[in-house]
Ligand binder design. Structure first.
Ligand code: FDA
Length: 388
């Protein structure tokens, strides 16, 4: 009978199992899929963006923005980098502190497997937990591979994104079973879908990307946006999608580096045409479509100062009303989850159910794009592993 049962062999569950095992606790990990770490394998385009050098509380969304601080302080990006280096895994910084394996994300999975072996962690794959309960001091489990018992229980079953890879709402159901709150969930780090009018207008731009500043609900990101055949994607769009609530508007600054009004006035005075002026800053295809959709048909040289100001404002505040997002099937993460109010931020243990821990994406803590979600998995897993 193990001391600790961890449900879910993703990033958080494995890290927790390793730390608990190192403390001499006997640990059993139950994983419903036939392989461990399926999301690690596909992450970062197969190279796993395993952390971000600069990960801190500002990179996370949660109803309680302070909750992640203690775990991130206990196990920082530098701690995970040291682990990666101790296994001789070569890595590089792609941009903005984002660290990726040079070769493949399989190396991270092998590293976690090796650490599990050293810590004598037992892992059962293709083992789905159907029900569990707390009977006195112990947790009891019914699975498709028999019944188990443990003293501590760690729920590391992740969020709802990519159901085709084993994502389930199991963690939320267990939270409700124990009377814990769940913050409403929505897909995040996910592409937007055009509304029907914009789909017609911009579908031909599919594949083009531009540097832009994207804003929604008082949050702003500056990186590329990518036109797709269904809507908008690219890093700036994925980031802002985490803050977008159905029916909201997003604003795109297509000329984040320059003052559109200055360029328009100069171009107008020279007698240039609008497409030529804007094509100095943006791909011509984008300019042609954008002008056709957003600028009233009027000869550029006849534009008044007021007309130019209206065009400049639109370039800096292009208003998009997406029809929706691509949903959990394409989302990297889930915003929302088990309410952190019910947990110790130091140990991840539930305040009202002794021995019950929640970690990783199952909790209401969601990172920005760029390695922050894995860092949360490592940090919260470590914190729980020290206490479970
Ligand atoms: P995770 O979802 O990884 O693991 C949960 C596990 O629980 C799964 O293995 C599941 O099968 C298992 N499970 C569920 N229900 C169960 C049950 N009833 N019984 C037994 N087992 C059960 N992040 C990042 O920082 N850098 C990156 O490069 C990427 N890239 C990326 C790409 C793609 C395509 C996606 C979808 C996501 C990312 N992410 C990412 C996000 C990152 O993958 C994610 O935040 C973490 O994997 C979350 O780790 P968890 O361990 O919390 O859950």
């Amino acid at each position: 009978m193990p001391d600790v049962i961890v449900i879910g062999a993703g990033a958080a569950g494995l890290m927790c199992a390793i730390e608990a095992g190192k403390r001499g606790r006997s640990v059993l990990v139950l994983e419903r899929e036939d392989k461990i770490g399926k999301k690690i394998r596909i992450s970062g385009g197969g190279r796993c963006n395993f952390t971000n050098r600069d990960s801190n509380a500002k990179n996370f969304l949660s109803e309680n923005l302070h909750f992640c601080k203690s775990a991130l302080a206990q196990y920082s990006p530098q701690d995970f980098i040291a682990l990666v280096e101790s296994h001789g895994i070569a890595y590089h910084e792609k941009k903005l502190g984002q660290l990726f394996c040079d070769k493949t994300s399989e190396e991270i999975i092998r590293m976690l497997e090796e650490e599990c072996r050293c810590a004598k962690v037992e892992i059962k794959t293709s083992c789905e937990v159907k029900h569990l309960a707390k009977n006195g001091e112990r947790f009891t489990f019914v699975t498709n591979k028999g019944e188990f018992e443990s003293e501590s229980l760690v729920i590391a079953t992740g969020g709802l994104s990519i159901p085709q890879m084993g994502a389930t709402d199991f963690g939320y159901k267990i939270a409700k079973q124990f009377g814990l709150g769940v913050v409403a969930c929505r897909p995040a780090l996910v592409p937007f879908l055009w509304n029907p009018h914009d789909l017609k207008a911009y579908v031909e731009l599919s594949g083009v990307s531009v540097d832009a500043k994207v804003r929604c609900n008082d949050h702003e990101f500056r990186e590329n946006i990518l036109f797709t055949h269904r809507g908008l994607s690219g890093p700036a769009i994925l980031q802002i999608s985490s803050y977008w609530k159905n029916d909201g508007i997003i604003f795109i600054d297509l000329l984040p580096e320059s003052d559109a009004m200055d360029s328009l006035v100069a171009g107008c005075n020279k007698g240039s045409d609008l497409v030529t002026v804007l094509s100095k800053f943006l791909p011509k295809r984008v300019v042609q479509k954008w002008v056709a959709e957003n600028v009233p048909a009027k000869t550029f040289s006849h534009c008044t100062g007021k007309d130019l100001k209206a065009i400049a404002d639109k370039l800096h505040r292009w208003k998009i009303t997406p029809a929706g997002t691509e949903g959990y099937g394409k989302a990297e993460v889930t915003v929302g989850g088990v309410n952190t109010d019910e947990f110790s931020s130091k140990t991840m243990e539930c305040k009202k159910v002794q021995g019950l821990f929640f970690i990783g994406e199952a909790l209401d803590v969601t990172g920005h794009l760029g390695g922050h979600n894995f860092q949360w998995a490592w940090s919260s897993g470590f914190a729980a592993g020290r206490a479970a």
